[in-house]
Design a protein around this ligand. Sequence first.
Ligand code: ZN
Length: 272
Amino acid sequence: MIKIPIIDSHTHINSYDSKEIPTIINRAKQNGITSIIDASVDISSAKSIDLMTKKYPNVFGGIGFHPQNLTKELNKSEIEQMYKLITNNKKILVISEIGLDFQTDSPPREIQYKAFRKQIGIARELNKPIIFHSRFCADETIRILKEERAYEVGGAMHYFQSNNKIASELESMGFKISVGKPLLRIKKLENVINSTNINNIIVETDSAPQPFKKDRRKWTEPKDCNLIIDKISKIKCENIENIAEHIFNNTFNMLKNGSNWLMKEHLSYGLI
Ligand SMILES: [Zn+2]
């Protein structure tokens, strides 16, 4: 087991059956994953995350509206509820999951742009980093990040599957590249990770129920962060503990104010 604390910076474990959640968290702990940041996609999941962070010391939260869950423009009540959930709970560390998704069946783009811009505005106002989604629209995502000055709060492009050009643009704006399990199977990502500065890489599993995988043991869980770190260490030809230490520090740096709170929780519960 890797001796350095590991943070899974993006998951959706709230969407698992409630009976399964404690076992997933335990398996993570047994594998050295000391903290899990769980991201909402709408108000209902945001409320579950609020409760989960109060129940489990090593679970932290991200509150935000996922682009694929937008059926209409965000209204005043949704924004107010979002504010309340973030400002009343110190364990909400990031604004997430927000972003853009340009698949053919995704919600209308105008609705997505408005929600993305609005939520970057909230992140800037509350000084919280953003963890953002971008599918088939990396250039547009970068345009909005620049126009809305999202680099002032920083954060990460999650489940990174883009190319070197996008990675280096994000790096130059101070964003992290959040890597998930696709790194284990997509060859071109190895090249991106090889070229990305180790100080700009964090890890995540994006874990959510995967009923299409018949064998339950193959569902992605936070414990799988170890596989991603192992792969990064092979690509970078560096000791796994050194890589894990960089990733831990990178996540802390990204979280800024939130990292103090996360550190306190780690220490008080003997997580490190
Ligand atoms: Zn996600």
